[in-house]
Design a protein around this ligand. Sequence first.
Ligand code: GLN
Length: 209
Amino acid sequence: MNVGNRNTAGLTIGVLALQGAFSSHQRAFERVREGVRTRQVRLPRDLDGVDALAMPGGESSTMSQLLGSSRLFDAIATRIASGMPVFGTCAGVILLAKSVLDGRDDQRSFAALNATVRRNGYGRQIDSFEADIVVAGLHAPFPAVFIRAPIIESVGTDVEVLATHGGVPVAVATDRIVGITFHPELTDDLRLHGLFVDRIVGSLATNRR
Ligand code: GLN
């Protein structure tokens, strides 16, 4: 599906490929808008020429460890500080959050999203579920798959809540960061990948490195 009409040609989206559902993100981004390319990011040099980064679902504490051992943590933090947009889903939101509850003691996050996130916040009783979610900017509900999802317990005033489920934010954004506690990469619905690409195209055009 290609539903875009904005200038996305030549946009390269890096996908953090240390662990988790990274190839599903690659497939989604390559289909969603004309000319979007993706690249797996495993080492600091893989970030060269990448316009934005996706952090997939998986296991955030494992990713945190691998980010340290690969030296990617500091490289990504530097790029985020200079404005690189990031799309984080599930474990990716945990990696982006300013404050992580119930994380491993040594777990690190980028503090790029002014939010407090509790790992596995829905608990063991309902660790996986699906729900149709109304998302700001999308005309029809999004079929959301939650897998041992985190709960966004609070967000700062600079964070826009795009969707809630049961009164809890499940999709949030700033001008550069989009965080989703479910897994849009595990469905055929590409609208949230499209929403991220469309949000970042304008800001990248004015801030090309
Ligand atoms: N519970 C996982 C974590 O703490 C996230 C689950 C997921 O990404 N599906 O990282």
